[in-house]
Design a protein around this ligand. Structure first.
Ligand code: ZN
Length: 134
């Protein structure tokens, strides 16, 4: 079951500059910075009530974030939904005709197991499903 919006991911060119910008916007600082080497990104997280904002900067020119910024510029990259059972949700959504970008769960930032749904099957919005690692 999809429970709530866990975070919104925003692609940025420079994480330090954007941390300062979003600190001004929110009136509070990010609570963590985390590199995800396998994805070629460095991330930071801001807590806003029950939801988070994740900023993503490419650390490799082959990363999905580098390609996204090259094509579309900075901006909203994905919406992440928290699920209670990632494997069951992946099976359900695959059965419903959504395309899973990664057919098996992978490790994401912020202690999560994640799966992405291809935007061509979700009205152009890259969807991340995430489950807190136990
Ligand atoms: Zn994310």
């Amino acid at each position: 079951m999809i429970k709530k919006i866990e975070h919104i991911g925003i692609a940025v060119k420079n994480l330090n500059d954007s941390n300062a910008l979003f600190k001004k916007l929110f009136g509070k600082d990010h609570y963590k910075v985390e590199a995800v080497a396998s994805e070629g990104v460095s991330t930071s997280f801001f807590m806003l009530g029950e939801t988070k904002i994740e900023l993503l900067e490419a650390t490799s020119e082959n990363s999905a974030i580098a390609k996204f910024i090259e094509k579309k510029g900075e901006g909203i990259h994905h919406i992440a939904y928290e699920v209670d059972n990632l494997d069951a949700e992946m099976a359900r959504l695959k059965h419903e005709g959504f395309e899973l970008i990664n057919p098996t769960p992978k490790d994401g930032a912020d202690n999560k197991r994640i799966c992405f749904l291809h935007p061509k099957t979700t009205n152009g919005v890259l969807v991340e499903l995430c489950e807190e690692k136990k």
